[in-house]
Write a protein that binds this ligand. Sequence first.
Ligand SMILES: Cc1cc2nc3c(=O)[nH]c(=O)nc-3n(C[C@H](O)[C@H](O)[C@H](O)COP(=O)(O)OP(=O)(O)OC[C@H]3O[C@@H](n4cnc5c(N)ncnc54)[C@H](O)[C@@H]3O)c2cc1C
Length: 382
Amino acid sequence: MPKSAIVVGAGIVGLATARALALQGYQVQVFERSPQAVGASIRNFGMIWPIGQPAGPLLDRAMRSRCIWKETMTDAGLWFQEAGSLHLAYDALEWQVMQEFAAAEKEHRQCQLLNASQTLAQSPAVVSKGLQGALYCQDELIVDPREAITHLPRYFQDQFGITFHWNTAVTAVSSHTVKTNHQHWEADLIFICSGADFETLYPQVYDEQAVTKCKLQMMRIEAQPEGWRIGPALCGGLSMIHYKSFASAPSLPRLKHYYEAHYADYLQWGIHVMVSQNGLGELTIGDSHEYGRHLAPFDQSFINEKVLRYLQKFAHFKSSRISSSWHGIYAKATDGSTELVVQPEESVTIINALGGAGMTLSFGLGEEVVAKVMGVPRPSAL
Ligand SMILES: Cc1cc2nc3c(=O)[nH]c(=O)nc-3n(C[C@H](O)[C@H](O)[C@H](O)COP(=O)(O)OP(=O)(O)OC[C@H]3O[C@@H](n4cnc5c(N)ncnc54)[C@H](O)[C@@H]3O)c2cc1C
């Protein structure tokens, strides 16, 4: 008899875990309470963003995930772009941090410093006024999360024989048993990948762990006319204090102090500004970060206005018409951990709290966690 596994949640963490289990020979069933996953995994930028991960195990995990994304999306016939990224400097200190980062990281990743005219040649969307230069990196890959999270389950079903139970909330888990509204299901292993729902399954675990929730406001600009493309994904200097990787630049604390003095209102709402473009030509723009176990259900227009004001500093588009706005919520550790992996019972593993890097890290993490639970080496690189 093949070994069996159940995964709760069909967001990116659940999908990555299901894939890793299937590759280890498990017969996998995924339970998702909605008709399709509608949590953080479809609400994001679709940025597979290794540049945000510090060199070492996290960058390795991001690059492994990137490799899996590329192979999976190619094989599934879904859109992705190896777009790369441009961090844009409009201030001498921002430019200095980028230069230090490029020097410190040259062994670990392929980054290039571009002067203003080289930067403008990379992207027609970049604002030239005050531009000092940019950090260009090739590694970043863009997917359309709405398309990927909607269509990957069918691909995983066909490719790996994974069964998906939609509209099926898991209401309790105990040892090898999962309870849904109508039935009990048995499996050798159970993985809970339920995202920002801390309340339904093992709520006591979440009460004991250093985790919280984070709400991010996002916007979409309509498809650009005539197939106009921005080139690499774009971000401004504020993103450098958001991602841990930039700590390798000695001047980062000084840059943070500068932002504290000049952008206090942005820091208060955790705003930094990034843009990705999907295959339809639409632009995804964000974001802000509000933390807490109980988050307001309403979006605040002043946050979106701040995001757009900062965006104007570094990017302009052929069309700037906002076609939709929304927020997403993810789970995040409060003690600096990059994920939460706990076993409340011997056969049950909770995988959660990948914070703002779930698209970037889940495929690699899924393989690592499954291999560890099984006590086997993880599959070799593709
Ligand atoms: C606005 C925004 C932008 C982001 N941008 C990026 C980015 O560009 N790059 C990046 O790497 N990361 C990004 N992230 C982070 C990333 O999206 C998350 O880390 C990731 O999606 C978390 O995945 P998840 O599977 O844990 O959660 P989710 O996607 O929320 O999935 C959890 C699923 O579990 C289901 N579920 C919960 N409880 C049950 C139950 N009891 N029974 C059945 N089903 C259940 C839910 O319905 C849901 O579908 C962003 C996040 C947000 C919110």
